[in-house]
Design a protein around this ligand. Structure first.
Ligand SMILES: C[S@@+](CC[C@H](N)C(=O)[O-])C[C@H]1O[C@@H](n2cnc3c(N)ncnc32)[C@H](O)[C@@H]1O
Ligand SMILES: [Zn+2]
Length: 297
């Protein structure tokens, strides 16, 4: 028996009816739904734009004209350093705190991680909340490939948070951890009253590391501005997570390498940090909860 299923937009007579809403991906060329063909190896729209699934199971929906550089997003080295550091468990308290903020939702509700990086937080959420359908996007192909290699159940794509290949009102809850965010795109894809969980650095974040680089403390920019200035989101709560961690051996170079501080450190500072056996530092996260208060058109 054939296992072929017709794409959502093709009826049994072969007629094409473009689908322009729902839980699937939106074709970045024409905005109609992408459906699996060729046993799920390719995704195609009613206008025959097609995207092959990578062997790790993600889609690359970032069109060349939406890229500002050949390799957008964080550098591969930064992403690899971040994966080693996160896998060592130093930010375990943050993933637990994020999970605590995710509300109870109907089964199969969809949670989107905007700028999911190499997938550490989505994998943690997957372990705790099997009831949710997870979606992760990042503009870096290396990051999405590494997230897919973690092999947890999620829909992953290379895509920009400023031009999401997702339909309006298709996401129940979104998270953004230290990533750039477009308030307009986030409200568009979130359902009315959907929750946005944003994580940014608190005032003491990595003070033990920055003390090796700057003479006096430098305030963090944070990534909350876009949502704070948006009339479509209202801030409904904030939690702070702060603790002291002792970073051991090569994880010190990974911590430096996963942050923009790497570029601010002189070669001598990089070298002397690399020689430390351990580094005591505060980690301090602000978790802000925003509610989508926009009314769908
Ligand atoms: C500081 S990292 C945080 C990654 C992950 N959330 C974490 O905390 O491990 C910022 C991430 O945002 C991604 N990024 C940058 N610009 C983006 C955009 N326009 N759309 C989606 N992701 C973007 C980078 O590639 C990078 O993975
Ligand atoms: Zn198309």
């Amino acid at each position: 028996m054939s296992t072929f299923t017709y794409p959502a937009f093709v009826d049994k007579n072969g007629a094409k009816t473009p689908v322009t809403s729902g839980n699937g991906y939106k074709c970045p060329n024409c905005g109609t739904e992408l459906s699996p063909i060729n046993a799920g190896k390719t995704y195609s729209c009613a206008n025959n734009h097609s995207f092959d699934q990578a062997k790790e199971g993600y889609l690359n929906l970032l069109l060349a004209q939406h890229k500002r550089s050949r390799n957008p997003g964080d550098s591969d080295e930064m992403i690899r350093s971040r994966q080693r550091f996160l896998n060592a468990g130093y930010y375990h308290s943050l993933v637990s705190a994020i999970i605590e903020q995710i509300p109870e939702m109907a089964a199969d509700s969809r949670l989107l991680d905007i700028g999911c990086g190499e997938g550490y937080y989505l994998q943690g959420i997957n372990e705790a909340r099997k009831d949710l359908q997870l979606v992760g996007i990042d503009i870096s192909k290396t990051a999405v490939r590494m997230a897919a290699k973690r092999q947890f159940q999620a829909q992953l794509a290379v895509d920009s948070g400023f031009n999401l290949a997702l339909f309006d009102n298709s996401i129940d809850c979104a998270i953004s951890v230290f990533s750039p965010i477009s308030a307009t795109e986030a409200t568009r894809v979130l359902k009315p009253e959907g929750l946005m969980i944003m994580v940014g650095p608190g005032a003491q974040h990595l003070s033990g590391l920055t003390a090796h680089i700057y003479d006096k403390p430098v305030p963090h920019g944070g990534n909350f501005k876009a949502l704070d200035e948006s009339t479509e989101f209202s801030l409904i709560g904030q939690t702070d997570i702060q603790e002291s961690i002792n970073v051991q051996g090569s994880a010190i170079a990974d911590l430096l390498g996963m942050t923009p501080y790497y570029w601010h450190a002189t070669p001598q500072q990089q070298e002397s940090l690399g020689k430390l056996e351990n580094l005591e530092t505060e980690i301090h996260f602000n978790i802000r909860l925003y509610q989508n208060c926009s009314v769908p058109a």
